[in-house]
Design a protein around this ligand. Structure first.
Ligand code: FAD
Length: 379
């Protein structure tokens, strides 16, 4: 079979989104030769809440990327809003940013190019091959193939890595999201999460005159669009009703999924392709950057068993947070009680947020959880 390049690459990455570029950068740091192929054209936009939590900012910095001023908008914590009640807390440390996906992609792309990563755009990968992968039917030879092709990964299917850990059906975990930007000055320096009965909306400040709104609903309420879902949030609706739309509404699916295996032979998965957590956590990008850094190390040492082990460990906390948040989302009475506790005992919300972004000790999290449980029983 004709090969597109004369020499095989050390690493061929399928997908040039955050996971693919981060893995390429991490592999280049070990001196591996890397080619990335993506079917789209940069800068790639993708429906996303565009919130990068402090642990995500730190994970990106470890890959050598700092966010320059003007490319993103800082926020200092998270605010929950439910049935008129509000609870908020600052991040224990570090900065968080709202960053447009196109800005993030451009920053990552510049860094990847400067690191010596080769890239092909409008280059859809059509299959795997014992010697590498196929791009539009032509062979690209590589020692390792990395599937960074997102939630609906085809590499995952080709490599027979689809088996999940939990027997919860995909339909139960699958949720629908819509995103749109509004031209309005952010009204707070928090990322806001509004809890409704049929859906949740979250608002991230992404610029001095722009916010990003995501509305997520479960499959029962099939694909609730932003205009319909916002009816549940009168306060948010009032803030947005006169604001010009700064982007068109785009939909996506979000799934909490843990795979039994994240590599087979010379093919490894990373980012959303390798499983992921519900968008409501705002932790997808951080998880992706951490997996990519680990995969870069493991590709260099040839020890993919360590990647599997480390990957499982990395997803544990965000997956737990996703399960907790979705449970609360589905139980109105419990949500009301939780909000009462957060209001009467603000340190409990601060403790939850610290756990969410990976700060504090297990002992502190357990004692905060117990104190919260006790308050809820008394409420
Ligand atoms: C609605 C929503 C809101 C979210 N909000 C947040 C948030 O606020 N904060 C956060 O941290 N995370 C958030 N996430 C999660 C975050 O968006 C993902 O974790 C992140 O995009 C994963 O990156 P990825 O590179 O794995 O996948 P993607 O970003 O999906 O990139 C996959 C790439 O692969 C390419 N591709 C696919 N198939 C092929 C092929 N056959 N050949 C070549 N290229 C291919 C695609 O073109 C794409 O560029 C959200 C997710 C959703 C759905």
């Amino acid at each position: 079979m004709r090969s597109l390049f004369p020499k095989p690459w050390d690493v061929f990455v399928v997908g040039g989104g955050p996971a693919g570029l981060a893995t390429a950068i991490a592999a280049r740091r070990h001196g591996l030769s890397v080619m990335v192929a993506d079917g789209a054209v940069p800068p790639i936009d993708k429906p996303c809440g565009e919130g990068l939590m402090p642990d995500g900012v730190e994970a990106l910095r470890k890959l050598g990327i700092t966010i320059p001023e003007g490319e993103a908008y800082p926020f200092r914590g998270i605010r929950f809003v439910s049935d008129g009640a509000k609870a908020e807390a600052n991040f224990p440390r570090g900065s968080a940013y709202g960053i447009r996906r196109t800005n993030l992609h451009r920053l990552m792309l510049d860094h990847a190019s400067a690191s010596g990563v080769h890239m092909m755009w409008q280059a859809a990968v059509t299959g795997l091959h014992p010697e590498g992968a196929l791009v539009a039917g032509e062979l690209v030879r590589a020692r390792w193939v990395v599937g960074a092709d997102g939630t609906s990964s085809r590499v995952r299917g080709w490599a027979k890595l689809d088996l999940r850990f939990s027997d919860v059906s995909q339909e139960t975990n699958l949720r629908f999201a819509f995103r749109r930007h509004y031209r309005v000055a952010p009204w707070s320096d928090f990322m806001e999460l509004h809890w409704g009965h049929r859906c949740q909306a979250y608002v991230t400040p992404v610029g001095p005159e722009e916010v990003c709104v995501v509305l997520i609903s479960s499959s029962q309420n099939l694909r609730l669009r932003i205009e319909d879902g916002l009816e549940e949030f009168p306060e948010l609706c009032a803030r947005l009703q006169d604001a010009e739309h700064a982007s068109s509404e785009r939909g996506a699916i979000t799934v909490t999924r843990s795979l039994r295996r994240v590599y087979r032979g010379h093919t490894a998965l990373v980012g959303d392709a390798s499983g992921g957590v519900d968008a409501i956590t705002g932790e997808g990008l951080c998880l992706t950057f951490r997996q990519a850094a680990l995969l870069g190390d493991c590709l260099a040492s040839g020890d993919l068993a360590s990647y599997r082990k480390g990957h499982r460990k990395l997803i544990r906390r965000p997956a737990l947070m996703a399960r907790l948040m979705l449970f609360v989302a589905g139980h109105r009475h419990l949500r009301r009680r939780t909000m009462q506790v957060f209001q009467s005992r603000p340190q409990s919300f601060a403790g939850m947020l610290a756990m969410h972004v990976g700060e504090g000790s297990t002992r502190e999290h357990v004692s905060n959880g117990l104190a919260m449980g006790w308050e809820m029983l008394r409420a």
